[in-house]
Design a protein. Structure first.
Length: 183
């Protein structure tokens, strides 16, 4: 498992599976390679430690307690952190939105999909009044899976956002909701 913290977990309640984005990391191993120069006439090992492998999707089976990797296609490296996600019961997949990558930080507004039966990420073509680039926001399923509601977060200018967007999951089309105003 990945020793870092702060991972997004998405649950498919129909199968009792929990998917943890980048939650799996293969253990790193030291590799020894022989080199000349051992005073005993033989070879002495030099220790070479490779870079840690890319993190992969971790799957937790709630029925059995088993934890496993979803394989090479499950690494999510496009966005570094701050993305949000939610299971889509309508699509039998989960959707990820936003986050940031790079230095200086570049905020994202792209919508991605992960289908566990074919473990890889794809970029979704969405239409309508899409939310601006952001991180730290919330995405939840609504109306029997036909809609997803996105709320808040923080934008590129560090402004705290209190807007709402509704995604029609069948059409992959966004609609802006009413903006929250403080009283």
């Amino acid at each position: 498992m990945n020793p870092s913290s702060g991972f997004l977990a998405v649950t498919d309640f129909t199968t009792n599976q929990v998917y943890i984005v980048n939650g799996w990391r293969e253990p790193t191993m030291s590799i020894t390679a022989p080199t000349a120069g051992d005073p005993g006439g033989g070879m002495s090992p030099d220790v070479v430690t490779p870079e840690p492998p890319a993190p992969l999707m971790m799957r937790y089976d709630g029925a059995t307690g088993a934890v496993s990797s979803m394989g090479a296609g499950s690494k999510f490296e496009v966005v570094k952190d701050g993305f949000t996600g939610c299971w889509s019961s309508l699509r039998n997949s989960f959707l990820l939105h936003g986050g940031f990558a790079g230095y200086p930080l570049v905020y994202q507004k792209t919508l991605y999909e992960f289908i566990p039966s074919n473990p890889k990420y794809t970029t979704i073509s969405d239409t309508g009044a899409a939310p601006s680039a952001r991180y730290g926001h919330c995405l939840v399923e609504a109306y029997n899976g036909t809609k997803m509601v996105l709320f808040g977060g923080q934008g590129q200018s560090s402004a705290v956002l209190s807007d709402i967007y509704i995604l029609d999951v069948e059409k992959m089309s966004w609609k802006a909701g009413k903006v929250w105003k403080e009283r």
